[in-house]
Design a protein around this ligand. Structure first.
Ligand SMILES: Nc1ncnc2c1ncn2[C@@H]1O[C@H](COP(=O)(O)OP(=O)(O)OP(=O)(O)O)[C@@H](O)[C@H]1O
Length: 384
């Protein structure tokens, strides 16, 4: 066609280039077919996952009446002087109110029936009972990690700094007023300050010894979170982003001296020479024994000073001397705690005891008893 003059040379060039272009585009699909099909499978799975989340949240809304109501209240304080200037008798600060709580498993088997009790400051509570009776589930409910069942729980938290105030000799009383401000419910429960849950096997973060100690209160991730993220539910519970109404200022990050002091307090000073200071990185869950990990977790408690600590067999791997030392340390730090444990020696460090027995599915009777620790016959044995 070119020689007969029907077409110009430039047009032939353009046609070749256009053909190559189209061939290249189609070849991309052929060559990348495997990657594209894998990508499509991932998109399908994400789509299904999203559908399941949507249906669960809709179901959750429908079932909300059946779920455990968890509320957080901000404790308000006053110096409590009477109008005539006299000092009132110091009032006890309520930290936890459990009302008609029934705890169930996801398959609706009842673990604890119609439980009601109150915990005041320094009313350290020991939860005992046979294996499988629901002790851990109860702590998970209080921590907001479990909501199967019904009833209501109110957790009272105080603004950071008030713990120090309470123990200052200038403060003669600390009062819960009738105008406690509700700062969150079961949907917004992650945005508060004041409750820490310590499992039997503590979570060891990837990073340095310093980061281990600062977790979960001063994690780098939570430092880097945007304000929007800090206010959203997407922040993991243990990172505990702060609610502006709860703490006016971010609590002061402990210095290296504070961290060294806490390490010595929990008898882990030797880790510094063994692992070359605070800033070396190791796989901590492998290089530390369970007892050392549990002591490290108590170090975190001593730095964070929560209003309420939930200890789920948190000293199970420790000898009695170390266990005694840790309980004395958190008592001295003014932390009120609820512990689960099987050892008789634990009775000494608690004021109240909640005994849960295995629920009988054929009976509607309560399967728990709540009393002062002195009233429990085991208490006398524990002192020997
Ligand atoms: N995620 C779950 N799904 C279904 N059932 C569960 C779940 N977690 C716990 N359970 C069941 O709930 C019951 C209570 O468990 P829980 O861990 O609260 O008991 P526990 O009293 O703390 O036991 P232990 O003293 O052995 O730690 C057990 O029968 C357990 O199998």
């Amino acid at each position: 066609m070119y020689f007969s003059g029907k077409i110009e040379f430039g047009v032939i060039n353009q046609s070749v280039s256009a053909f190559n272009h189209i061939l290249g585009d189609f070849s991309l699909i052929v060559y990348q077919f495997q990657a594209l099909s894998a990508f499509s499978a991932v998109i399908d799975r994400l789509g299904e996952f999203d559908d399941v989340l949507d249906s669960n949240s809709k179901k959750g809304d429908q079932d909300s009446k059946e779920k455990i109501q968890l509320n957080f209240c901000l404790i308000s304080s006053s110096n409590g002087l009477h109008s005539n200037g006299s000092m009132p008798l110091s009032k006890r600060v309520k930290l936890l109110h459990v009302e008609h709580l029934t705890v169930q498993t996801p398959s609706e088997a009842t673990l604890i029936k119609d439980l009601s009790f109150e915990i005041f400051e320094k009313d350290h509570l020991l939860v005992t009972g046979p294996s499988g009776s629901g002790k851990t589930s109860l702590l998970r409910v209080i921590a907001g990690l479990w909501s199967f069942g019904n009833g209501a729980i109110t957790v009272y938290v105080r603004p950071r700094g008030d713990l120090e105030m309470l123990h200052s000799p200038d403060v003669v009383s600390y009062q819960v007023t009738s105008t406690n401000e509700t700062i969150g419910d079961s949907t917004g429960r992650r945005n508060f300050e004041g409750v820490i849950f310590l499992p039997q096997k503590p979570y060891m973060v990837l990073g340095t010894l310093r980061q281990q100690l600062l977790y979960p209160t001063w994690t780098e991730d939570s430092d880097n979170l945007s304000d929007d993220a800090k206010q959203s539910d997407s922040v993991p519970f243990l990172m505990r982003a702060r609610d502006a109404r709860c703490v006016n200022e971010r609590s002061k990050k402990p210095t290296s001296e504070d961290l060294l002091q806490v390490l010595n307090d929990v008898s882990l000073g030797h880790l510094l020479s063994r692992f070359d200071g605070l800033d070396s990185t190791h796989e901590w869950s492998s290089v530390l024994s369970l007892g050392e990990q549990q002591r490290l977790a108590f170090g975190r408690l001593l730095l964070s000073k929560p209003t309420l600590a939930l200890l789920d067999e948190s000293t199970s791997a420790l000898d009695e001397a170390n266990e005694a030392r840790l309980y004395q340390l958190i008592q001295a730090a003014g932390i009120t705690y609820i512990s689960i444990g099987h050892r008789r020696t634990l009775y000494k460090y608690h004021k109240k005891v909640l005994h849960v027995s295995t629920a009988d599915s054929t009976s509607t009777q309560q399967n728990w008893s709540f009393k002062d620790v002195e009233e429990d016959p085991i208490y006398d044995f524990s002192k020997q």
